[in-house]
Design a protein around this ligand. Structure first.
Ligand code: ZN
Length: 571
């Protein structure tokens, strides 16, 4: 079905069924059939102008060859983008004239030239057929006359033809993608792509100076800094963007973190043509397979770090889901609990609030953390009346918890290893992963081989085989990615467990709240009923601690200062 776009008009003239309704004048005399032609060239055409002229002269000749036909007029839309009706002035004029019975038939090259999509096509076919003086459409390529006696069947035929068209086009799309793979053409020019350069053969190579900035962005982000802060600091330090500017935006930083190319992979077909007739490209959200090529070029950040950054982005995005946008603005490193705390009752994020109170007649300010539902800033399905907690109480309770944790390092290690074990690959899974790598390599080689063979591209069997291989490799890649994700996760958890244990071992100050370390080791915290607090660490371990109402520290809770003294004495 693949057509050579440079070839002149399809020379095969299909037979139009003979029972065309020959219009008769009032005196019963045969009148010539007035035929309008519709020509359109899409932007897919390599030479639009000549394609258009070819179509027009083709119709003229076609109609002149039939003695009882006369060409009424050629309607056309030339060089339009896609087939959006907005630009189809020629088409719209033709439909208007058809309704005014100015002609009896419309001839057009193919269904895809005529309509935007299946529904559009059927709508026009029916509408024109049901006019007082019906107007038929002749689809030349498909050999269909919509006024044929079997017209109802023909509508079904149209639908199936459309399907065939769509298959052809998607085959062409996969074809193009595969071909680009085999040629190794980078999809992003490196001038807009921080960290990489191209060598003489067009391969991506690391630009060390730029790569330093990329690594810094990932490191800062994973250490808890938000993208606005990172952008501000990069601007302050006069770090250069891919285009050589020193002005950084939060969005630019975000896009770098999001880019899978930094861990050496390439994701192709990020956008797809959904309806082959409208040629409209949209972001590929599970519409079509995306081709994910592992180890396409040298990585700048490790896959484990990249995955951790995506997870972190996801987490922050969930927290930033805020209709009034207020929460977004308060995301900063200055408030260490920002985006980190949740309400244990209703699950909503817990917000920072500045409060004013009076003591001995004098006003004073203090900071608390309060559930968003309970503070009535947002509506939630669950009613929530949780109390707020003073910031310094959270900090103090957290420090107390750390102190207790320094005394149970072995248990933390056991708990952490259990969490790691849950995502770690089994022996069988590791073997399967190796096997998958081999299979994928083998099929990818086959695809590359086939893509190189230019001369057989018109062969439909070849197209189908190639499509099949792409489909197959995609299935294996999905399985591989799932296993890889678990593997990366276990690596990240192991790193985080080491970080936590190491920190607890050298911890000696239980009075100062270490905001930076908090961001590095804690994934999130939960504010429970009656000042209960729970912290989930990035290594998968979680611990509880008890907060208190300001000024009413429970007696049974550990006294930080006393314990610090004991510790110091032991040394
Ligand atoms: Zn709540």
């Amino acid at each position: 079905m693949t057509q050579n776009r440079n070839a002149p008009m399809n020379p095969r003239v299909r037979v139009i069924p003979a029972n065309m309704n020959v219009p008769r004048g009032e005196d019963g005399e045969e009148k010539k059939v007035r035929v309008a032609a519709y020509a359109r060239v899409s932007t897919l055409e390599e030479d639009q102008q000549s394609s258009y002229r070819l179509q027009v002269s083709y119709f003229e000749e076609y109609i002149n060859r039939k003695p009882d036909w006369e060409l009424y007029r050629v309607y056309s839309d030339e060089g339009v983008t896609g087939t959006n009706t907005r630009y189809r002035t020629g088409f719209n004029e033709m439909i208007k004239d058809a309704k005014e019975s100015k002609f009896d038939y419309i001839i057009t090259k193919s269904i895809s030239r005529f309509a935007r999509n299946t529904l559009d096509c059927l709508t026009y076919v029916r509408m024109l057929k049901n006019l007082d003086k019906p107007v038929g459409i002749i689809f030349d390529k498909e050999g269909i006359n919509t006024l044929d006696s079997q017209s109802e069947t023909i509508l079904v035929v149209i639908a199936s033809v459309m399907e065939e068209e769509s298959r052809t086009i998607s085959a062409n799309v996969s074809w193009g993608v595969t071909k680009r793979f085999s040629q190794g053409i980078p999809h992003i020019p490196t001038t807009y792509f921080l960290g990489y350069d191209e060598d003489e053969e067009g391969n991506l190579i690391i630009d060390e100076a730029q790569a330093k900035t990329v690594r810094r962005i990932f490191r800062d982000f994973l250490n808890g800094k938000g993208t606005p802060i990172i952008a501000k600091e990069l601007t302050r330090d006069k770090e250069k963007t891919a285009r050589g500017n020193t002005k950084w935006t939060s969005d630019a930083v975000y896009k770098i973190i999001k880019n899978e190319k930094y861990c050496g992979h390439a994701l192709c077909q990020k956008s797809v043509t959904l309806d082959p007739l409208s040629h409209k490209r949209v972001r590929n959200k599970n519409h079509k397979p995306q081709y994910f090529i592992r180890n396409h070029h040298p990585p700048i950040v490790s896959e484990a770090d990249w995955n951790a950054a995506q997870k972190e982005l996801d987490r922050r995005r969930k927290m930033l889901h805020d209709p009034d946008g207020n929460y977004r603005s308060c995301y900063s490193n200055r408030a260490p609990f920002s985006n980190m705390l949740f309400c244990g009752h209703c699950g909503m994020p817990v917000n920072r609030r500045r409060m004013t109170s009076r003591k001995n007649g004098k006003p004073y300010k203090f900071t608390v953390w309060h559930c968003r539902t309970a503070s009535q800033r947002v509506k939630c399905d669950i009613e929530c009346n949780e109390k707020y907690m003073w910031e310094e109480v959270i900090e103090g309770a957290y420090n107390q918890m750390l102190l207790r944790m320094t005394k149970e390092l072995d248990q933390i290690k056991i708990d952490g290893e259990k969490a790691i074990g849950e995502v770690s690959l089994t022996k069988e899974e590791n073997e399967r992963l190796e096997e998958l790598e081999e299979i994928i390599d083998r099929i990818s080689d086959q695809i590359s081989d086939m893509s190189m063979r230019e001369n057989v591209t018109n062969d439909s069997i070849y197209d189908a085989a190639l499509r099949n291989l792409i489909y197959e490799v995609q299935i294996y890649q999905q399985e591989q990615e799932m296993l890889m994700r678990n593997k990366d996760e276990s690596i990240k958890l192991t790193e985080n467990l080491e970080l936590l244990l190491d920190y607890l071992k050298r911890l000696d100050d239980f009075e100062t709240f270490d905001a930076e370390m908090f961001k590095k080791i804690v994934e999130r915290g939960i504010l429970h009923k009656d000042y209960g607090l729970e912290f989930i660490f990035k290594c998968g371990v979680s611990r509880k601690t008890q907060g208190w109402k300001r000024g009413k520290k429970p007696i049974e809770s550990l006294d930080i200062t006393d314990l610090t003294k004991i510790d110091n004495n032991q040394e």
